[in-house]
Design a protein around this ligand. Structure first.
Ligand code: KIV
Length: 297
């Protein structure tokens, strides 16, 4: 993988992602905390999105709408502390850029200054062009996101594949061109037919990163919890689950519970001991019985 080198630490930058158009596919995933981000970064993935999917995967909300800017920034900061190489993109939550371009710029700058993000992402097409332009003019790289945009769930009336009529497909293509002109360095295409993604990917000069958008995008992104099987409830058709982590964790917890209940945990090797002399003195002083050896059933 190529990247810009700063001193001894190679860091992926927004211009680097931009330059990957039509080249080696960009590999991206969400991460919401330090351990996850560390694993993702050490695995050499290109881009980490601190997605507002945090609302559902970590905070237990039904949609992404309730998560706040402060919560997003706190999680972005945790991810930043873990990441040495990948590009860290902070996802602007619902309500943090919808009021005005000024509000959008202020929120984006908080992601950079407080969260340590390298870039921000926001949802929406032509309607969001003024906000995108203002953020880019404030020197913050912006990633676009069109198609099934979860922050529009109330308007859409549910999570449905978008662009299925000729007018809706044309609108998505226009949105992608409008975002490109506004200065985004890449565009997430979510939940749209592969045929539209192909047209958009050919049409715009910035990389497209797909999630439920077919094979022809310039990169792919999945939500980490989906990828490792750590979700509850419905999983979208486009998710490929590489691991059943929920099952693994449930198994480990059951074993721990059994070990504690049957006094098989902790073992002697997992315990600390007093030096011999002190132990004997203490036992004498308190006329204690020496503890039994081994597990008690
Ligand atoms: O919040 C998120 O995880 C996202 C991805 C689905 C692209 O926006």
């Amino acid at each position: 993988m190529s990247h810009i080198t700063e001193g001894s630490t190679p860091r992926v930058t927004a211009p680097h992602i931009r330059s990957r158009k039509g080249g080696q596919p960009i590999v991206a995933v969400t991460a919401h905390d330090y351990p996850t981000a560390r694993l993702v970064d050490e695995a050499g993935l290109d881009l980490i999105l601190v997605g507002d999917s945090l609302a559902q995967t970590v905070l237990g909300y039904e949609s992404t709408l309730p998560v706040t800017l402060d919560e997003m920034i706190a999680h972005t900061r945790a991810v930043r502390r873990a990441v040495r190489r990948a590009l860290v993109v902070g996802d602007m939550p619902f309500g943090s850029y919808h009021e005005s371009s000024l509000q959008a710029v202020e929120s984006a700058i908080r992601f950079i200054k407080e969260g340590g993000a390298d870039a921000v992402k926001l949802e929406g097409g032509s309607l969001r062009v003024p906000a995108v332009r203002a953020i880019v003019e404030a020197e913050v790289p912006v990633m676009g996101h069109i198609g099934l945009t979860p922050q529009s769930v109330l308007r859409m009336g549910g999570y449905r594949v978008q662009g299925k009529t000729i007018d809706a497909a044309r609108e998505l293509i226009e949105d992608s061109v409008a975002l490109e002109r506004a200065g985004v360095f890449s565009i997430v295409l979510e939940g749209i037919p592969a045929e539209i993604s192909r047209i958009i990917t050919e049409r715009v000069s910035v990389p497209t990163i797909g999630i439920g958008a077919g094979l022809d995008c310039d990169g792919q992104i999945l939500v980490f919890n989906d990828l490792v099987g750590l979700t509850f409830g419905h999983t979208a058709k486009f998710v490929r689950q590489y691991l059943d982590l929920k099952q693994e964790i449930a198994g480990a917890l059951k074993k721990f519970s059994d070990d504690v209940s049957t006094r098989r945990f902790p073992a002697d090797a997992e315990s600390y001991h007093l030096p011999q002399g002190i132990e004997l003195d203490l036992v004498e002083e308190h006329s204690l019985e020496m503890p039994p050896l081994g597990p008690v059933n």
